[in-house]
Write a protein that binds this ligand. Sequence first.
Ligand SMILES: *[C@@H]1O[C@H](CO)[C@@H](O)[C@H](O)[C@H]1NC(C)=O
Ligand SMILES: *[C@@H]1O[C@H](CO)[C@@H](O)[C@H](O)[C@H]1NC(C)=O
Ligand SMILES: *[C@@H]1O[C@H](CO)[C@@H](O)[C@H](O)[C@H]1NC(C)=O
Length: 408
Amino acid sequence: MSHPCFVIIPLFIILQFSVIEFVNGGFSVNLIHKIPASASSLVSKDIPQSPTNAYLGHYLMELNIGTPPVKIYGIADTGSDLTWTSCVPCEGCYKQLNPLFDPTKSSTYSNISCQSDQCLHWLDTGKCSSNNQCDYTYAYASASVTQGILAQDTITFISATGKPVPLQGVAFGCGHNDTGSFNDHEMGIIGLGGGPISLISQIGPSIGGKRFSQCLVPFHTDVSITSKMSFGDGSEVTGDGVVSTPMVIKEDKTPYFVTLNGLSVGSTYLPYDSSSKSVSKGNMFLDSGTPPTILPTKLYEELVDQVKKMIALTPIVDDPELGNQLCYRTSTNVDGPTITAHFEGADVQLNPIQTFISPKDGVLCFGFTNTSSDGGIYGNFAQSNYFIGFDLDRHTVSFKPQDCTKQQ
Ligand SMILES: *[C@@H]1O[C@H](CO)[C@@H](O)[C@H](O)[C@H]1NC(C)=O
Ligand SMILES: *[C@@H]1O[C@H](CO)[C@@H](O)[C@H](O)[C@H]1NC(C)=O
Ligand SMILES: *[C@@H]1O[C@H](CO)[C@@H](O)[C@H](O)[C@H]1NC(C)=O
């Protein structure tokens, strides 16, 4: 089966080339380990946290697996549930810079039996192997696939005060055949969706509730700058300027569906579906694994028309690499309009820093694209520079504007 997440479109493959040069100039994965010893004094509880940074269109989140703990960096993905990492042996797996997780070196690792609930009910593609292990195959919309065995081990978070927060027996995929559009810094995917096998569904009950919050730094941010994902009690997004929208519960429990009534470009309002009087509930989901925001074609075209009208530059039409995207030649950010996403009960304002992305030097492209489907995806560019809280118990998504490079 295929999960509607983790889509990479050409814009972001192009984006990769320009960033790689910079990355070769000094990035080392070690940079993202650092956890400031003196975090905010506001934080009194031991809230489990994970440093997360922006890398080639995805957000890489640090997770410590096993005993002794080994660091892995997985793509933070609210559009899928299974957390997996490549494990030795991994023949035919994509190339990775860091050593793969070795189950034989962890004293707390165990295989999950195929008769377990996790294999039979939580993971819809689990099946019994000859020796009673749970073999899984998990596929993504981007055509990437991980195949392996379902396992469990201790996952250790580090709290804001620097204390380790170990959580035992977390089910994850030990990938033994992982293929697809991954880069060599990515060691797997962290499934942050709402289904039963997702990380938050599993750990929520032991950390005071099924909720977590993220603050994604904008993509032009230096890769050494991390922000934090926070989990459980104390991770709520609160205070001045918070707006919340209901999560819409559908049969598919993985995606966080919300209702987008429409978008404004400056003061021009564009309804989500101008051909219908009422908007269909849960017409979008938030996906940290998808870079652009994806809209039905009609709304996308109206949006692009309005955005063009409000930008004094001439769009690029002669660069085949850029395809149909709305792009401009400019060395600074575009002096573009504020776009407001009108979610049910929550207006979220986006500035050009959240709506224009540089796929290569001197070019900025509009970070939205289109689909022939009626439903859309609210991608990770548009989620940047907001504290976003996902509360699976209260069924709300909350937003608060925040410079995530200066997250408290
Ligand atoms: C888990 O399963 C693998 C693959 O069959 C096997 O090689 C390994 O010994 C098992 N590990 C444990 C701890 O049972
Ligand atoms: C590994 O995965 C690829 C892609 O899903 C598949 O074509 C191939 O048969 C798999 N190899 C093994 C040994 O299972
Ligand atoms: C996306 O929009 C472009 C330009 O408006 C259009 O040509 C194309 O068919 C659309 N694609 C889909 C999948 O709807």
